[in-house]
Design a protein around this ligand. Structure first.
Ligand SMILES: C[S@@+](CC[C@H](N)C(=O)[O-])C[C@H]1O[C@@H](n2cnc3c(N)ncnc32)[C@H](O)[C@@H]1O
Ligand code: SF4
Length: 372
Protein backbone atom coordinates (compact mmCIF):
# COMPACT_ATOMS: atom_id res chain seq x y z
CA UNK A 1 0.00 0.00 0.00
CA UNK A 2 2.32 2.75 -1.20
CA UNK A 3 -0.01 5.33 -2.67
CA UNK A 4 1.25 8.91 -2.78
CA UNK A 5 0.15 11.46 -0.19
CA UNK A 6 -1.66 14.19 -2.08
CA UNK A 7 -3.97 15.77 0.52
CA UNK A 8 -3.20 18.20 3.32
CA UNK A 9 -5.62 19.36 6.02
CA UNK A 10 -4.66 22.35 8.17
CA UNK A 11 -6.62 23.02 11.37
CA UNK A 12 -7.28 26.51 12.74
CA UNK A 13 -8.68 25.95 16.25
CA UNK A 14 -10.04 29.45 16.89
CA UNK A 15 -13.55 30.89 16.70
CA UNK A 16 -14.90 34.28 17.68
CA UNK A 17 -17.54 32.51 19.82
CA UNK A 18 -18.71 28.94 20.25
CA UNK A 19 -21.93 27.73 18.57
CA UNK A 20 -24.17 25.77 20.95
CA UNK A 21 -24.08 22.51 18.96
CA UNK A 22 -20.39 22.39 18.04
CA UNK A 23 -17.91 19.94 19.50
CA UNK A 24 -15.04 20.58 17.12
CA UNK A 25 -11.68 21.47 18.65
CA UNK A 26 -12.06 25.24 18.60
CA UNK A 27 -12.40 28.09 21.07
CA UNK A 28 -11.97 31.82 21.28
CA UNK A 29 -8.26 32.66 21.69
CA UNK A 30 -7.30 32.66 25.35
CA UNK A 31 -5.41 35.95 25.13
CA UNK A 32 -1.72 36.71 25.52
CA UNK A 33 0.38 35.57 22.60
CA UNK A 34 -1.65 32.45 21.91
CA UNK A 35 -2.35 33.25 18.22
CA UNK A 36 1.29 34.13 17.60
CA UNK A 37 2.53 30.95 19.29
CA UNK A 38 0.05 28.84 17.40
CA UNK A 39 0.87 30.15 13.95
CA UNK A 40 4.59 29.91 14.64
CA UNK A 41 4.22 26.23 15.65
CA UNK A 42 1.93 25.50 12.69
CA UNK A 43 4.46 26.99 10.26
CA UNK A 44 7.11 24.73 11.79
CA UNK A 45 4.89 21.69 11.42
CA UNK A 46 4.00 22.38 7.79
CA UNK A 47 7.68 23.04 7.01
CA UNK A 48 8.63 19.68 8.53
CA UNK A 49 6.09 17.86 6.36
CA UNK A 50 7.21 19.79 3.28
CA UNK A 51 10.62 18.10 3.52
CA UNK A 52 8.96 14.80 2.58
CA UNK A 53 5.76 15.82 0.85
CA UNK A 54 4.89 18.45 -1.72
CA UNK A 55 2.69 18.97 -4.79
CA UNK A 56 -0.56 18.43 -2.92
CA UNK A 57 -3.58 17.94 -5.14
CA UNK A 58 -5.80 19.25 -2.39
CA UNK A 59 -5.25 21.54 0.55
CA UNK A 60 -8.05 22.29 3.00
CA UNK A 61 -7.82 24.93 5.72
CA UNK A 62 -10.56 24.07 8.19
CA UNK A 63 -11.52 24.74 11.73
CA UNK A 64 -12.58 26.26 13.91
CA UNK A 65 -12.83 29.37 11.84
CA UNK A 66 -9.96 30.02 9.43
CA UNK A 67 -11.59 33.31 8.40
CA UNK A 68 -11.39 34.66 11.96
CA UNK A 69 -7.67 35.26 12.80
CA UNK A 70 -6.26 38.51 11.37
CA UNK A 71 -4.93 37.90 7.87
CA UNK A 72 -1.55 39.32 8.85
CA UNK A 73 -1.16 36.49 11.37
CA UNK A 74 -1.99 33.88 8.78
CA UNK A 75 0.13 35.23 5.96
CA UNK A 76 3.13 33.01 6.77
CA UNK A 77 0.95 29.89 6.58
CA UNK A 78 -0.64 31.04 3.32
CA UNK A 79 2.80 31.62 1.76
CA UNK A 80 4.00 28.17 2.78
CA UNK A 81 0.85 26.44 1.56
CA UNK A 82 0.84 28.21 -1.78
CA UNK A 83 4.27 26.70 -2.51
CA UNK A 84 3.01 23.23 -1.59
CA UNK A 85 -0.04 23.23 -3.87
CA UNK A 86 0.20 21.40 -7.21
CA UNK A 87 -0.63 23.68 -10.18
CA UNK A 88 -4.15 22.25 -10.55
CA UNK A 89 -4.81 21.79 -6.82
CA UNK A 90 -8.17 22.27 -5.16
CA UNK A 91 -7.38 24.70 -2.36
CA UNK A 92 -10.23 25.34 0.07
CA UNK A 93 -10.76 27.60 3.05
CA UNK A 94 -13.68 27.29 5.47
CA UNK A 95 -15.26 30.61 6.30
CA UNK A 96 -17.95 32.06 8.50
CA UNK A 97 -20.07 34.46 6.43
CA UNK A 98 -19.83 37.28 8.97
CA UNK A 99 -16.04 37.39 8.55
CA UNK A 100 -16.00 37.75 4.77
CA UNK A 101 -15.00 41.18 3.48
CA UNK A 102 -13.76 42.18 0.00
CA UNK A 103 -10.25 42.56 1.48
CA UNK A 104 -10.14 39.07 2.96
CA UNK A 105 -11.58 37.46 -0.19
CA UNK A 106 -9.01 39.30 -2.29
CA UNK A 107 -6.23 38.21 0.06
CA UNK A 108 -7.27 34.55 -0.27
CA UNK A 109 -7.34 34.80 -4.04
CA UNK A 110 -3.87 36.37 -4.10
CA UNK A 111 -2.60 33.43 -2.08
CA UNK A 112 -3.94 30.83 -4.47
CA UNK A 113 -7.09 29.73 -2.64
CA UNK A 114 -9.69 28.71 -5.22
CA UNK A 115 -12.57 27.29 -3.17
CA UNK A 116 -14.52 28.76 -0.24
CA UNK A 117 -16.73 26.63 1.98
CA UNK A 118 -19.20 28.92 3.75
CA UNK A 119 -21.07 28.00 6.90
CA UNK A 120 -24.55 29.35 6.13
CA UNK A 121 -26.28 26.61 8.22
CA UNK A 122 -29.73 28.14 7.62
CA UNK A 123 -31.27 31.11 5.83
CA UNK A 124 -33.64 31.78 8.73
CA UNK A 125 -32.75 34.28 11.42
CA UNK A 126 -34.51 32.41 14.24
CA UNK A 127 -32.69 29.13 13.52
CA UNK A 128 -29.35 30.91 13.30
CA UNK A 129 -29.97 32.55 16.66
CA UNK A 130 -31.07 29.25 18.15
CA UNK A 131 -27.83 27.61 16.95
CA UNK A 132 -25.77 30.39 18.51
CA UNK A 133 -24.45 31.51 15.13
CA UNK A 134 -23.03 34.97 14.60
CA UNK A 135 -24.12 35.14 10.94
CA UNK A 136 -27.50 36.41 9.75
CA UNK A 137 -29.28 35.47 6.49
CA UNK A 138 -28.30 38.88 5.12
CA UNK A 139 -24.64 38.25 5.93
CA UNK A 140 -24.85 34.88 4.17
CA UNK A 141 -26.09 36.59 0.99
CA UNK A 142 -23.50 39.37 1.21
CA UNK A 143 -20.62 36.95 1.85
CA UNK A 144 -21.61 34.91 -1.17
CA UNK A 145 -21.73 38.04 -3.37
CA UNK A 146 -18.34 39.21 -2.11
CA UNK A 147 -16.71 35.85 -2.85
CA UNK A 148 -18.20 35.77 -6.36
CA UNK A 149 -17.07 39.33 -7.04
CA UNK A 150 -13.55 38.45 -5.84
CA UNK A 151 -13.52 35.77 -8.55
CA UNK A 152 -14.26 32.54 -6.69
CA UNK A 153 -15.71 30.04 -9.16
CA UNK A 154 -16.06 27.21 -6.66
CA UNK A 155 -18.18 27.97 -3.62
CA UNK A 156 -19.72 25.50 -1.21
CA UNK A 157 -22.56 26.27 1.19
CA UNK A 158 -23.09 24.31 4.42
CA UNK A 159 -26.58 23.88 5.79
CA UNK A 160 -27.82 21.94 8.82
CA UNK A 161 -30.91 19.71 8.69
CA UNK A 162 -33.10 18.57 11.59
CA UNK A 163 -33.05 21.83 13.52
CA UNK A 164 -36.35 21.78 15.37
CA UNK A 165 -38.65 24.56 14.15
CA UNK A 166 -36.46 25.52 11.19
CA UNK A 167 -38.00 25.94 7.75
CA UNK A 168 -35.73 24.19 5.26
CA UNK A 169 -37.93 25.11 2.27
CA UNK A 170 -36.77 28.68 2.59
CA UNK A 171 -33.11 27.76 3.11
CA UNK A 172 -33.13 25.46 0.09
CA UNK A 173 -34.85 28.03 -2.12
CA UNK A 174 -32.41 30.76 -1.13
CA UNK A 175 -29.39 28.54 -1.63
CA UNK A 176 -30.67 27.41 -5.02
CA UNK A 177 -31.15 31.07 -5.95
CA UNK A 178 -27.52 31.81 -5.18
CA UNK A 179 -26.42 28.69 -7.06
CA UNK A 180 -23.19 27.64 -5.34
CA UNK A 181 -21.27 24.84 -7.05
CA UNK A 182 -21.48 22.60 -3.98
CA UNK A 183 -23.81 22.12 -1.02
CA UNK A 184 -23.21 20.15 2.20
CA UNK A 185 -26.37 19.37 4.16
CA UNK A 186 -25.42 17.96 7.54
CA UNK A 187 -27.68 16.26 10.04
CA UNK A 188 -27.58 18.18 13.33
CA UNK A 189 -25.72 15.88 15.70
CA UNK A 190 -26.25 16.40 19.38
CA UNK A 191 -22.78 16.18 20.89
CA UNK A 192 -22.47 15.30 24.54
CA UNK A 193 -21.31 18.19 26.70
CA UNK A 194 -22.42 20.93 24.29
CA UNK A 195 -25.01 23.47 25.52
CA UNK A 196 -27.49 22.05 22.98
CA UNK A 197 -27.27 18.59 24.54
CA UNK A 198 -29.11 19.91 27.59
CA UNK A 199 -32.84 19.69 27.04
CA UNK A 200 -33.07 19.71 23.24
CA UNK A 201 -35.60 17.28 21.85
CA UNK A 202 -34.27 15.79 18.62
CA UNK A 203 -36.37 15.24 15.53
CA UNK A 204 -37.52 11.65 15.07
CA UNK A 205 -35.75 9.51 12.45
CA UNK A 206 -38.83 9.77 10.22
CA UNK A 207 -38.93 13.55 10.46
CA UNK A 208 -35.23 13.71 9.66
CA UNK A 209 -35.50 11.30 6.70
CA UNK A 210 -38.32 13.41 5.29
CA UNK A 211 -36.08 16.50 5.33
CA UNK A 212 -33.20 14.45 3.97
CA UNK A 213 -35.09 13.24 0.89
CA UNK A 214 -36.74 16.63 0.41
CA UNK A 215 -33.24 18.18 0.26
CA UNK A 216 -31.97 15.49 -2.09
CA UNK A 217 -34.93 15.79 -4.49
CA UNK A 218 -34.87 19.58 -4.43
CA UNK A 219 -31.16 19.83 -5.20
CA UNK A 220 -31.15 17.00 -7.73
CA UNK A 221 -33.89 18.75 -9.73
CA UNK A 222 -31.63 21.78 -9.91
CA UNK A 223 -28.58 20.05 -11.33
CA UNK A 224 -26.77 18.92 -8.21
CA UNK A 225 -25.77 15.29 -7.78
CA UNK A 226 -25.81 13.71 -4.36
CA UNK A 227 -22.39 12.05 -4.43
CA UNK A 228 -22.06 11.34 -0.71
CA UNK A 229 -24.52 10.97 2.16
CA UNK A 230 -24.51 14.72 2.94
CA UNK A 231 -22.85 16.25 -0.10
CA UNK A 232 -24.17 17.59 -3.41
CA UNK A 233 -22.26 19.04 -6.34
CA UNK A 234 -22.70 20.30 -9.86
CA UNK A 235 -20.81 17.97 -12.23
CA UNK A 236 -17.07 18.37 -11.78
CA UNK A 237 -17.35 20.26 -8.48
CA UNK A 238 -17.33 17.29 -6.09
CA UNK A 239 -14.95 18.11 -3.22
CA UNK A 240 -11.66 16.49 -4.12
CA UNK A 241 -10.45 16.83 -0.57
CA UNK A 242 -13.33 15.02 1.08
CA UNK A 243 -13.52 12.48 -1.76
CA UNK A 244 -9.96 11.50 -0.90
CA UNK A 245 -11.10 10.59 2.64
CA UNK A 246 -13.99 8.48 1.37
CA UNK A 247 -11.77 6.85 -1.30
CA UNK A 248 -9.42 5.74 1.46
CA UNK A 249 -6.57 7.99 0.31
CA UNK A 250 -3.74 9.12 2.53
CA UNK A 251 -3.66 12.63 3.99
CA UNK A 252 -1.63 14.76 6.32
CA UNK A 253 -3.38 16.60 9.14
CA UNK A 254 -1.49 19.60 10.49
CA UNK A 255 -2.48 21.78 13.42
CA UNK A 256 -3.77 21.33 16.94
CA UNK A 257 -5.68 18.05 17.33
CA UNK A 258 -5.57 17.32 13.58
CA UNK A 259 -5.70 13.71 12.41
CA UNK A 260 -3.74 12.14 9.59
CA UNK A 261 -3.52 8.84 7.71
CA UNK A 262 -0.14 7.95 6.25
CA UNK A 263 1.95 5.03 5.01
CA UNK A 264 4.50 4.00 7.65
CA UNK A 265 8.19 3.50 6.89
CA UNK A 266 7.47 -0.26 7.22
CA UNK A 267 4.72 0.01 4.59
CA UNK A 268 1.95 -0.40 7.17
CA UNK A 269 -0.56 2.47 7.11
CA UNK A 270 -1.15 4.32 10.34
CA UNK A 271 -3.49 6.95 11.72
CA UNK A 272 -2.37 9.65 14.11
CA UNK A 273 -3.89 12.50 16.05
CA UNK A 274 -1.90 15.58 16.99
CA UNK A 275 -1.76 16.78 20.56
CA UNK A 276 -4.79 18.86 21.55
CA UNK A 277 -2.80 20.94 24.07
CA UNK A 278 -1.16 24.05 22.69
CA UNK A 279 1.84 23.83 25.06
CA UNK A 280 2.55 20.22 24.17
CA UNK A 281 1.89 20.84 20.47
CA UNK A 282 4.30 23.79 20.26
CA UNK A 283 6.99 22.40 22.58
CA UNK A 284 7.62 19.39 20.35
CA UNK A 285 7.69 21.49 17.21
CA UNK A 286 10.26 23.88 18.75
CA UNK A 287 12.58 20.85 18.83
CA UNK A 288 11.67 19.81 15.30
CA UNK A 289 9.50 16.89 16.43
CA UNK A 290 6.10 16.25 14.84
CA UNK A 291 3.33 16.41 17.48
CA UNK A 292 1.77 13.10 16.36
CA UNK A 293 0.11 11.28 19.26
CA UNK A 294 -2.20 8.25 19.41
CA UNK A 295 -0.43 6.55 16.56
CA UNK A 296 -2.36 3.48 15.45
CA UNK A 297 -0.96 1.04 12.89
CA UNK A 298 -3.83 -0.52 10.99
CA UNK A 299 -4.14 -4.28 10.64
CA UNK A 300 -5.86 -5.74 7.59
CA UNK A 301 -9.21 -6.21 9.29
CA UNK A 302 -9.29 -2.58 10.41
CA UNK A 303 -8.38 -1.48 6.89
CA UNK A 304 -11.24 -3.56 5.47
CA UNK A 305 -13.73 -2.19 8.00
CA UNK A 306 -12.70 1.42 7.48
CA UNK A 307 -12.77 1.11 3.71
CA UNK A 308 -16.33 -0.30 3.84
CA UNK A 309 -17.50 2.36 6.29
CA UNK A 310 -16.09 5.24 4.24
CA UNK A 311 -16.85 3.76 0.81
CA UNK A 312 -20.54 3.22 1.57
CA UNK A 313 -20.92 6.94 2.24
CA UNK A 314 -20.46 7.59 -1.49
CA UNK A 315 -23.43 7.10 -3.80
CA UNK A 316 -21.22 5.09 -6.15
CA UNK A 317 -19.87 3.02 -3.26
CA UNK A 318 -16.51 1.26 -3.38
CA UNK A 319 -14.66 -1.12 -5.63
CA UNK A 320 -14.53 -4.60 -4.05
CA UNK A 321 -11.21 -5.19 -5.82
CA UNK A 322 -9.73 -2.22 -3.94
CA UNK A 323 -10.99 -3.81 -0.72
CA UNK A 324 -9.12 -7.02 -1.50
CA UNK A 325 -5.99 -5.30 -2.80
CA UNK A 326 -5.62 -3.14 0.32
CA UNK A 327 -6.77 -5.54 3.04
CA UNK A 328 -6.79 -9.08 1.65
CA UNK A 329 -10.49 -9.33 2.66
CA UNK A 330 -13.40 -9.81 0.30
CA UNK A 331 -17.20 -9.89 0.41
CA UNK A 332 -18.61 -13.36 -0.29
CA UNK A 333 -21.34 -13.47 -2.95
CA UNK A 334 -23.82 -15.34 -0.74
CA UNK A 335 -23.45 -12.75 2.04
CA UNK A 336 -24.05 -9.95 -0.43
CA UNK A 337 -27.13 -11.75 -1.79
CA UNK A 338 -28.63 -11.74 1.67
CA UNK A 339 -28.13 -7.98 1.89
CA UNK A 340 -29.50 -7.30 -1.60
CA UNK A 341 -32.42 -5.23 -0.34
CA UNK A 342 -29.95 -2.74 1.13
CA UNK A 343 -26.83 -3.21 -0.99
CA UNK A 344 -26.39 -3.06 -4.75
CA UNK A 345 -23.28 -5.03 -5.78
CA UNK A 346 -23.68 -4.91 -9.55
CA UNK A 347 -21.32 -3.31 -12.09
CA UNK A 348 -18.11 -3.77 -10.15
CA UNK A 349 -19.16 -1.47 -7.26
CA UNK A 350 -20.74 -2.08 -3.88
CA UNK A 351 -23.19 0.64 -2.86
CA UNK A 352 -26.22 1.26 -0.69
CA UNK A 353 -29.73 1.23 -2.09
CA UNK A 354 -32.14 3.95 -0.98
CA UNK A 355 -33.42 1.66 1.79
CA UNK A 356 -29.85 0.76 2.74
CA UNK A 357 -28.95 4.42 3.17
CA UNK A 358 -31.72 4.84 5.74
CA UNK A 359 -30.15 2.13 7.94
CA UNK A 360 -26.55 2.73 6.93
CA UNK A 361 -24.96 2.00 10.31
CA UNK A 362 -26.64 -1.42 10.52
CA UNK A 363 -25.58 -2.35 7.02
CA UNK A 364 -21.97 -1.36 7.70
CA UNK A 365 -21.98 -3.70 10.71
CA UNK A 366 -23.56 -6.50 8.70
CA UNK A 367 -20.83 -6.13 6.07
CA UNK A 368 -18.16 -6.20 8.74
CA UNK A 369 -19.61 -9.53 9.86
CA UNK A 370 -19.53 -11.15 6.41
CA UNK A 371 -16.05 -10.18 5.18
CA UNK A 372 -13.67 -13.13 4.84
C1 LIG B 1 -16.52 22.69 12.15
S1 LIG B 1 -17.34 23.79 11.08
C2 LIG B 1 -16.08 24.83 10.54
C3 LIG B 1 -16.54 25.93 9.61
C4 LIG B 1 -17.03 27.21 10.20
N1 LIG B 1 -16.49 27.51 11.47
C5 LIG B 1 -18.53 27.23 10.30
O1 LIG B 1 -19.05 27.12 11.38
O2 LIG B 1 -19.14 27.34 9.27
C6 LIG B 1 -17.71 22.77 9.67
C7 LIG B 1 -19.13 22.43 9.57
O3 LIG B 1 -19.49 21.51 10.59
C8 LIG B 1 -20.79 21.80 11.00
N2 LIG B 1 -21.05 21.24 12.32
C9 LIG B 1 -20.35 21.44 13.44
N3 LIG B 1 -20.93 20.78 14.48
C10 LIG B 1 -22.02 20.16 13.98
C11 LIG B 1 -23.04 19.33 14.55
N4 LIG B 1 -23.05 19.04 15.84
N5 LIG B 1 -24.01 18.83 13.73
C12 LIG B 1 -24.02 19.13 12.43
N6 LIG B 1 -23.10 19.93 11.83
C13 LIG B 1 -22.11 20.43 12.59
C14 LIG B 1 -20.76 23.31 11.02
O4 LIG B 1 -22.01 23.84 11.16
C15 LIG B 1 -20.05 23.63 9.74
O5 LIG B 1 -20.90 23.74 8.68
S1 SF4 C 1 -19.62 25.60 14.02
FE1 SF4 C 1 -17.88 26.71 13.20
S2 SF4 C 1 -18.04 28.78 14.13
FE2 SF4 C 1 -19.37 27.46 15.29
S3 SF4 C 1 -18.08 26.86 17.02
FE3 SF4 C 1 -17.95 25.23 15.46
S4 SF4 C 1 -16.17 25.73 14.27
FE4 SF4 C 1 -16.71 27.57 15.46
Amino acid sequence: MTLPVRALYVHIPFCKSKCVYCDFLSSPPTGGDCLERYFHALENEISLYSQAYTQFETIYIGGGTPSFPPIGRMEGIFRLLQKLAAPSAEYTIEANPDDITPAIAEFWREHGINRVSMGFQSMNAAALRFLGRRNSPGQNRTAYEIARRAGFRNISADMILAVRGDNIDNTLAEIAGMAPEHVSAYHLTIEEGTPLSKGYSVLSDDEYMEQYWQTAEFLEKRGYRRYEVSNYARPGFESRHNSNYWDYGYYIGAGLGASGFLPGANGIPFRYKNSIHLDEYSAGLEKGVLPQYNIEELDNKTIARELIMLGLRKTDGFDPEQLTALSGYSLPADGLMELSEWVDARGGRVKLTRRGLEVMDNIIEKMWEIIR
